[in-house]
Design a protein around this ligand. Structure first.
Ligand SMILES: [Zn+2]
Length: 273
């Protein structure tokens, strides 16, 4: 029953995502996740959608007891990432987890490594579990702790957009990535403009976008990149429009609160006129 399997998986992922978003790992029983096929049906406004009708949602208790072999559940979990926000004041880093391995996206300002370590610990992980450090762009509030983080995550490979790499003081060479590249089974999306080498990270299976500063979370919704802090605003807006053409329920930003449902529809709506 592949359909059921997928639905169960999305439900599980959505619930887990919500749980970590409120910095609690325990199940919260919330049914905030939308069915996985409504990404294009989001309201054309920047405000969050009203509560979902529960009728089509599989009850949480059912999700914990899928009538399928354990191997099916294992495959489903391996197909998408769970995430945790590491809130560092005005900026956030993120930990993405799949199968007991983690990717850290951005490192906050200088002195943020302990907070990222706490974020890993909250997921039962440590630095040895970090295989990837992905840097969305060269700004100091995103790469300020890259040296500490990559020193502690001694086995991790580091990645950034090629044009930004010369400005990032990483302790080991970074792998240049852009459109068409995959890291940790995540799609890298080139989103230049805010900086020349800005990248975003898309999990098409889990329906998650980590936007860096290509988008900003504001008022429970999303707005475009900052005109004040972007190098090339027309290019930055083109990149934001490009993100709106992807499919994702959840958007995670360098600045501002995550959007947990219908996120790609909200981004696309910024450019509908
Ligand atoms: Zn920035």
């Amino acid at each position: 029953m592949p359909d059921l399997s997928r639905r169960v998986f999305l439900g599980r992922l959505g619930r887990a995502s919500f749980a970590v978003a409120v910095l609690g790992i325990a199940a919260c029983g919330d049914d905030d996740a939308s069915p996985g096929d409504d990404g294009a049906a989001s309201p054309a406004t920047s405000s969050p959608p009203a509560a979902d009708p529960p009728a089509t949602q599989v009850p949480t208790t059912t999700l914990e007891q899928p009538a399928e072999p354990t191997t099916a559940t294992t495959e489903a979990v391996a197909a998408g990432v769970e995430w945790q926000r590491v809130s560092l004041g005005f900026v956030s880093a993120y930990v993405l987890v799949r199968g007991g391995e983690a990717a850290v996206v951005d490192t906050g300002v200088s002195g943020s490594a302990d907070d990222i370590e706490a974020g890993l610990g909250g997921l039962g992980l440590g630095w040895d579990d970090v295989g990837h450090v992905i840097l969305t762009h060269l700004h100091g509030d995103h790469i300020g702790s890259v040296e500490d983080v990559m020193d502690r995550a001694a086995d991790a490979a580091g990645y950034a957009g090629e044009a930004d790499i010369p400005s990032i003081p990483a302790p080991r060479p970074l792998v240049p990535v852009g459109d068409g590249d995959r890291v940790f089974d995540l799609d890298i999306i080139a989103t230049p403009g805010h900086t020349p080498g800005h990248i975003s990270v898309h999990d098409p299976v889990g329906g998650i976008l980590v936007a860096g500063d290509a988008l900003i979370g504001e008022g429970g919704g999303v707005v475009g990149p900052s005109a004040q802090f972007s190098d090339d605003m027309p290019t930055a807006l083109e990149s934001a429009r490009k993100l709106g053409a992807l499919e994702f329920e959840i958007a995670l930003f360098g600045h501002g609160d995550p959007v947990l449902t219908g996120a790609s529809g909200l981004v696309a709506a910024l450019f509908s006129d």
